[in-house]
Design a protein around this ligand. Sequence first.
Ligand code: SF4
Length: 309
Amino acid sequence: MNRQRAVRQMLEDLRSAGVTHVPADFARELATALQTAPAEKRTAPVAPTPAAKPSLAPAPRTQPVVSTAPAVVTPAPAPSASPAAPTVARSAPVAPAASLFEKPAAIPAAPARPCLNLTRDERVAQLKDVAARVAQCTRCEELARTRHQTVFGVGNPEAEIMFIGEAPGADEDRQGEPFVGAAGQLLNKIITASKLTREEIYICNILRCRPPGNRTPAPDEAANCREYLDAQIATINPKYIVCWGSVAAQNLLNITSSIGKLRGKFFDYQGIKVMCTYHPSYLLRTPTAKKDVWEDMKFFRRAQGVELQ
Ligand code: SF4
């Protein structure tokens, strides 16, 4: 469109909008504006506003077109009527895993030792009956064949303290009584120094027959003789047991630790406090160990309220 047509068109637009008089100077300004305005920017029609009296000022056609497209607005999240309810039901509390160092809630108790509550005469009679069976026992063929006699046990049937040794030696095999040889004499000294008497103690061994040459009892021999030992313990029903030597300690407690590692503490055997120390025969061969036994006896007697110097 040339300038003349543009001006003519503009005037027609003004007239159609009800403008009947256009001042000459305005017409000139309008023409000048049309000349300076870029042709390509004039394609956007300017809609007249019929209701309002049109401004005679020319529309700012050079003003860049502002996009009326709606800005992209992130919609606010729809308000929730109430906090989201948990979709998973609350589970029952789970107990924490037990620590490796945590003591188990329940430790199976050792079977209770039968409490016979026997009278003295009943104990004597029961021990006599078991001793008679032992005297006829041939479970250990070699021992039964080589023994002079069985060595059952001796002492107070109502003793609170029970001594358990290893097996009869040559002297015991001849006399039929435990701890009567050189080792027995040393044990007597220990008993006296510990403010005890032999009459208030019950003494027996793991075996009731002497192993040839005083060899160490074989496991099957100890197992064969366990029934008799259990019968003596059940009948005497002591509060304390002293295991003299590793054979006594390991067989009674069913452990394999050396006597050196078992000293200085009490073990529980069916409710009985068990202390372990060196055998008197070992002290005869190793006198330096006597001080250890003395310390053990002081520890043992302290548990009974007796202080040894
Ligand atoms: S050691 Fe005990 S089990 Fe073996 S023969 Fe002698 S009494 Fe019987």
